[in-house]
Design a binder for this molecule. Structure first.
Ligand code: ZN
Length: 106
């Protein structure tokens, strides 16, 4: 049962020709070098596209994941406009501070 769930999940991540059409419509340009659909809407359309670190022509492509569905891109835009990114950058900076060493105890 668990195997079937994992297989279904892997299969749903494989971009189909229909996904690529939907992605191109969502982004308003032909998509290329999409390697995976990491997240989907409940209707099955892609929410997020994953791209290889280099495009097929060798051009570096630094954005691995990008939002594609208009509903999620506008929701994230509203969050960004409200300054959420500043808070998240602050939290990430705090989280990745090196921890102080604990006192040595023999
Ligand atoms: Zn949908």
């Amino acid at each position: 049962m668990e195997h079937n769930t994992a297989a279904a999940r892997d299969e749903s991540r494989q971009p189909t020709a229909h996904d690529l059409e939907v992605l191109s419509r969502q982004l308003g340009r032909p998509v290329r070098d999409v390697v995976e659909i990491p997240a989907r809407c409940v209707c099955g359309n892609p929410l997020v596209a994953a791209t290889a670190p280099r495009l097929s022509n060798g051009t570096p492509f630094p954005t691995t994941f990008y939002l594609t569905h208009p509903v999620i891109t506008s929701a994230v835009s509203r969050l960004e406009a409200a300054g959420v990114m500043n808070d998240m950058n602050l939290q990430a900076g705090r989280r990745f501070q090196p921890r102080r060493c604990l006192p040595f105890r023999a």
